[in-house]
Design a protein. Sequence first.
Length: 214
Amino acid sequence: MATFFLTSTQLLVLQLHQQCEDRNVLRYVYYYLARILSDNGSQGLSAAGGIPTPNWDALADIDAVGGVTRADVVPKIVDQLSAESSSDDVEFHARRLAALKALTSSSTSSSDMMEKLYEIVFGILEKVADTKQKRKKGIFTKQGGDKESIMRGNLQYASMSALRRLPLDPGNPAFLHRAVQGVEFSDPVAVRHALSIISEIATKDPYSVAMALG
């Protein structure tokens, strides 16, 4: 019964994500999707006692009659969030931001998952980079208020925030390039995320950071 309840609840959340358009409901849906993905399956008792997360391996063993398990649900969540994070459809802009944030809650223990995350985040950063022609003149100049500029700023913030949540990869030139790229973004929060990432990399590889900034 416990197995059925847990996995059925996850399926219900996934169905709400696919069918519901109410923003208040979707906010909680994406939150729970992120919680499901962030459960890396670690087991054991917490310091305060009790089981901190569901024991998915045990549930899979119990559910031997062919019911739905975490292994069935998680790939569906990842595929759906990956598709939304990569979508350029203006009508789904808000969903894209929420999906990207939820997706980066995935366990980092899987190399395939990490490759997918980097591919999505790097792809967004490539598209939202500010060219020299688009950059604002003067630090006190008011940001552009047109829809395209606002959406680009949202994606700059979301993608750089996502990059900061991913494991630091100082030996990866592409990772450093994207972080340095964020310094020139028009969104101020994205810039702060970029500077934070660069500062962390600089403690491990100051030469590469200096060359990239130069």
